[in-house]
Design a protein around this ligand. Structure first.
Ligand SMILES: Nc1ncnc2c1ncn2[C@@H]1O[C@H](COP(=O)(O)OP(=O)(O)O)[C@@H](O)[C@H]1O
Ligand SMILES: [Mg+2]
Length: 265
């Protein structure tokens, strides 16, 4: 039975999409069966996977959410699960997103069982995968709540510039509220430092703050994802950094991170 992981932080630009894509790739490379879900109306993951024109996609996660809200049957899964195989033979599935998901976000407010729509969709797919990874939007609205209700585990990417410990506090509070009220299974797997620059004074200070404030309550991953311009380059090529630059320190970090995630089992 697959483990569902939500990659969450209401702050944009902290590496959620990059982590979803590269953790997914590293897990797939290690022989796991992986499904990625783009659950951000901005559809960055879909673009990263090589689909620039997201409006032309016939069936996305937004379509599925809409269907469930309207009590309609879901289409056959070949309509919305995209199979990807890299040149080196690493196979990865993903469900794309489009701007329509922001309309879903709005209509969710009045939907029946509005927190559990995504959970219902994933229940059908869970048996087919080892890992399902959800790339969340930078907000704490109904979409992110849906992801937290569907998931068993949360990964929180945090950048060293993320001085607002307050933001993290609000996020943790929301996660714990969902755990308490709707999804007792939910565990915070850990905080992942991304775009990490070892020698920067600021980096160390923020790490100290986060460790001192949350280290007891929330695990912090041993692996830290370093900063590298190669990440942006790989995205432009619609490739995982591991494909694009196998020996890059970021590639090695995501592979080490995938090991940590597997060991958590
Ligand atoms: N380890 C890294 N080193 C350098 N740039 C990175 C790294 N991780 C992400 N980025 C870049 O930072 C920006 C934001 O990352 P992204 O994954 O899109 O964040 P989010 O999904 O949280 O908004 C992107 O331009 C991405 O290419
Ligand atoms: Mg993103």
């Amino acid at each position: 039975m697959g483990k569902i992981i939500a990659v969450v932080n209401q702050k944009g630009g902290v590496g959620k999409t990059t982590t979803t894509m590269n953790l997914g790739y590293a897990l797939a490379e290690a022989g796991k069966k992986v499904l990625l879900i783009d659950f951000d109306p901005q559809s960055s993951l879909t673009v990263c996977m090589g689909y620039d024109d997201t409006d032309s996609l016939e069936c996305t996660i937004a379509t599925l959410m809409q269907r469930v809200m309207e009590d309609m049957e879901l289409p056959e899964d070949y309509h919305y699960i995209y199979h990807h195989t890299s040149d080196s033979g690493v196979a990865l599935d993903f469900i794309p997103c489009s701007m329509e998901l922001s309309a879903v976000d709005v209509s969710l407010v009045n939907a029946v069982c509005r927190e559990s729509i995504l959970k219902g969709i994933l229940a059908e797919l869970k048996a087919d995968y080892d890992y399902i990874i959800i790339d969340c939007s930078p907000s704490l609205g109904m979409l992110t709540i849906n992801a937290l209700v569907a998931a068993q585990a949360v990964i929180i990417p945090v950048t060293p510039e993320y001085l607002s410990a307050k933001g993290l506090e609000i996020l943790l509070k929301n996660i714990l509220r969902v755990k308490r009220k709707i999804n007792p299974e939910l565990e915070i797997e850990g905080i992942l430092f991304t775009m990490y620059k070892e020698r920067m004074r600021l980096t160390q200070t923020v790490e100290e703050i986060v460790c001192n404030t949350y280290g007891q309550a929330v695990p912090i991953y041993k692996t830290k994802i370093p900063y590298s311009v190669k990440v942006g380059e790989s995205t432009l090529q619609s490739q995982s950094i591991i494909q694009y630059a196998e020996n890059n320190k970021v590639s090695q970090a995501y592979q080490a991170f995938a090991k940590e995630v597997v060991e958590h089992e």
